[in-house]
Ligand binder design. Sequence first.
Ligand SMILES: Cc1cc2nc3c(=O)[nH]c(=O)nc-3n(C[C@H](O)[C@H](O)[C@H](O)COP(=O)(O)OP(=O)(O)OC[C@H]3O[C@@H](n4cnc5c(N)ncnc54)[C@H](O)[C@@H]3O)c2cc1C
Length: 532
Amino acid sequence: MKEEIFDIAVVGAGFGGIYAAHRFREKNLSVVGIEGASGVGGAWYHNGYPGSRVDTDSVDMYSYLFSREIYEGWLWTERYAAQPELMQHLNWVADKLDVKRLFRFDTWLRESHWSSEDQRWHLKTDRGDQIACRFLVMCTGNLSEPKPVPFPGLNQFKGEWHQTNRWPHREVRFKDRHVAIVGTGSSGVQAAPVVAEQAEHLYVFQRSPHYGVPARNGPSNVEKQRAIARTLDEFKETMLARPTLPFGQEDRKRAAQYTPEEQQERLERQWAVGGHAMAYVFEDIGINLDSNAIASEFVRRKIRERVNDPTIAEKLCPEYPIGTHRLILETDYYECFNRDNVTLVDMREDPIEEITETGIRTRGNHYDVDLIIFALGFKAFLGAIDSAGVANEKGQTPREIWARGPRTVFGLMTPGFPNFFHPTNAGSPSVLGPLIVENEFHVDWIADCIEHMRRSGYSTVEATEEGADNWGRKSAAVAQNMLRRQEDNYMVHVNPDDGSRIFQPWGSGMATYVPEVRCMTERDYEGFAFNT
Ligand SMILES: Cc1cc2nc3c(=O)[nH]c(=O)nc-3n(C[C@H](O)[C@H](O)[C@H](O)COP(=O)(O)OP(=O)(O)OC[C@H]3O[C@@H](n4cnc5c(N)ncnc54)[C@H](O)[C@@H]3O)c2cc1C
């Protein structure tokens, strides 16, 4: 097949890729979009499991903000939009912007090599496309590549099984069936109460309990959306200047500045508000163990109050400091363990040994099931970039360059990879930020950078080694005191030789990130090198 030539390739057709394709075409670049799924939607295309919805408020934290017409043209129906509405929304936006025709769907990028000879990326897809492009933009998401199922024996299972993050686009029946959900992160916790309502019996396999707090979903605040629409540009600047905080949490103080009664009052108020408010109840909750312990114990008490059987309640109570793993927003999750048709299987006491023909064998039991739902999470940050076979001229992969933790400038470019951009990746607020606005910010930065290159006659841009050293130091400094850095989870990279712990996202949110990016960009793109 003959190699086709484009200015820019955008990989992924989620919130990021849709906007990127539109923005780059506006800049008169020839754009090719590559998307493995059969349509637009990104995370929402793949995560159609029961109960799937956002966990940040749609109206202010989870909307495109680049176009008034789009923002006010879609009034969200719920406080936390559900997956079907997100899919409708993204299809509506992609049609409105007329970007679907730029994308090749059902097409996975599998090889991507840079050649300095013609200063282009050379791409190969699983459908045999061969594409050369000057710029490669990975809107592939930081939580998009599923973790594989690690249990032996899956191929002998005679029932049906699915991963929450590769959910099929057809109805899956739960009624009259024995169902297992393996994993109790956000997806497992969202799915369990919905499945429990329909299944004959539900087994919830839990490795580690997490803090779940009531989402308090309900109708969306249309008045608020209309008010934001009236001053959308100013609102977007507010979003870009925000610490990692839900709206309404700005007046908080350190826990010790409240009396014990005031602390409890405040905790109850946050509990009633619902959502991520609980992770921000005190100003020092993320850096002070004593302050954190007050909130952690409060939520554990609530869990104990909601679950009838004290032994099960105890198994559902996490021990780590609250907020050091992403808080889980739930609706009736804990109450579902009061149902006769729901069983909690604690994998710390009774780990899964294998999948059998008829179900799941743990060390001490066998559970006969018709359907297994694996809610195991993602290969975060670089997973999708690995899957696209990205290599520079020396044959190095980004993962090799990141061997001791993320090595980037702005979380957007990795040294040694010219004209290669990875929006919303580690080194930026990433999974801790409002991801739609972050995507807009990064895509705008790339568009401006390409414009700068065009005006100055440059062919390539690359993050420098010195720039990455400098950015790494800044990123480490903002995360230095975070309790989060001490917890083992996907956000923390641990170097086994010296035990150093690198917090992968930029820890203090857009409020400190955006001014840094703007300031270094104004200083003639500090941290980057351009070549003709
Ligand atoms: C259940 C769930 C709930 C979430 N809730 C929130 C929330 O409340 N707030 C929030 O800010 N974020 C949330 N997120 C994070 C979510 O990923 C982002 O909000 C947003 O979807 C990111 O958009 P994106 O375009 O960057 O990436 P994605 O939406 O992840 O899209 C990436 C696309 O790239 C495609 N792709 C990947 N590799 C390749 C390849 N090699 N070739 C071709 N195509 C490829 C994938 O198929 C996918 O369609 C949630 C995620 C999930 C899964």
